[in-house]
Design a protein. Structure first.
Length: 128
């Protein structure tokens, strides 16, 4: 018997009436609030209220901005530096690739030996 009563109260047609009544009450409560925006006099402008951050006051700039002439001069200098770097070449030239490959092979073995021995030459100069 109580199962049928609970089903009727919570899941029956009465549920829609309760939901509708709740929506209407919330709408009325929302429209009747007095916390809306306050009107501002036409000629007053922004004022410092002492709170942080005050978004009504435009912040002062830390330094003077570049003029168009300064901007163009700096861009010209950057382009000149770019051109001079491009004229030098794309990268360092390798004198002997075979010597570098041999060094890489030996260096790897020596590094593995130091790691396995837990020896740090930066801390212990006698470590090999």
């Amino acid at each position: 018997m109580t199962i049928n009563i609970g089903e009727t109260v919570f899941f029956g047609a009465g549920r829609f009436c309760r939901i509708g009544a709740a929506v209407v009450l919330m709408a009325i409560a929302g429209c009747s609030s007095t916390n809306g925006p306050t009107p501002v006099a036409a000629g007053t402008g922004p004022k410092d209220t002492g709170t942080f951050p005050n978004l009504n006051i435009k912040p002062q700039v830390a330094a003077a901005q570049f003029t168009e002439a300064e901007k163009n001069a700096k861009l010209a200098q950057l382009k000149a530096d770019e051109t001079s770097q491009a004229a030098k070449g794309s990268g360092p030239e390798v004198a002997n690739q075979a010597a570098l490959t041999d060094l890489a092979k030996k260096h790897g073995d020596e590094t593995l030996k130091q790691i396995e021995a837990k020896c740090d030459p930066a801390l212990d100069p006698t470590c090999k």
